[in-house]
Design a protein around this ligand. Sequence first.
Ligand code: NDP
Length: 309
Amino acid sequence: MGIVICRQDTKIELWKKALKAAAPDIEVYSCLEDHPKEKIKMALVWKHSPGSLKAYPNLRCIASSGAGVDFIFSDVEAPVHLPITRVVDPMLASDMSEHVTAVIFAYLKNLNQYKLDQQQQIWNPIGYARIKDFTVGILGLGTLGALLAKNLVHFGFQVQGWSQSRKSLPSVTAYTGETALHAFLSTTNVLVCLLPLTPNTEGILNKELFDQLPKGSFVINVARGGHLVDEALLQALQSDHLSGAALDVFHEEPLAKEHPFWSHPKVHISPHCASVSDASSVAPQIIENYRNLLNRKALQNLVSMDRGY
Ligand code: NDP
């Protein structure tokens, strides 16, 4: 019996080492090596090769090694009738909070503009904003959104969030469901997307949504590229309805060389690095779930099949 690690990047050995360190007694295989497929009970996956999970006749659980699971559902051959788990990790949440906070402060203090000015040796001090001037609105008040909200409140920002079910977080104005979306958007100046990518949220960052934000708002997408309608963002920037955007995730990754985002002065790009699962931090929860699976105990961090996240 054992775990197979299925991913297409160069991190398989790193994850294998972390799992072996957490549980030397458990067999852990790389999908790239010869391994006994019938022995595999759990697949630890991250953007695995589509269709590859069919090879495991006795698979009992698919574990995402990140917070998102959209790539599992988009593999039409994945056995999604099996339990699917995801990562809920304090380090993943604090890394995301630090990234988004850095982006917000860079925006407030015009640091992106000064970087552009520097390239042309332009000395042009411009007025800066203060924390009190902005309301940050977070789409998604789950594990990542809730910690970000808490930390931004600590800095003194006005913070509001939008989620599917009702939330109660200290000093955070909470909006729930479709009917509250307009009220949420119309009072947001910096919009952060931290939603899971599901059929309900795909393309949510579109013209209709941007139109409901106050003029001059700034958009941060750190969730998934599929949330954003690229053309709608470009148009909202072109018309100056939005003042800028910071994007960490894209429809196609790496972002295609010819994509207009690369050279857009109001678009700030990071290469899907806002928050990266740390193998050592995450390995213990994978091992605990693996043992639970074998002992027929309840799994942690189960994805709801109905909600798709
Ligand atoms: P959670 O599942 O904990 O939270 C998701 C939140 O979105 C919940 O508050 C949920 O509402 C809300 N939500 C989902 N669907 C809807 C909807 N249709 N309408 C309103 N609210 C909705 O996820 P995490 O916080 O752990 O992660 C969020 C996403 O961040 C991940 O799915 C992933 O895509 C992205 N991510 C990006 C990373 C990066 O490096 N760029 C790194 C890690 C994650 P409710 O609470 O009511 O269920």
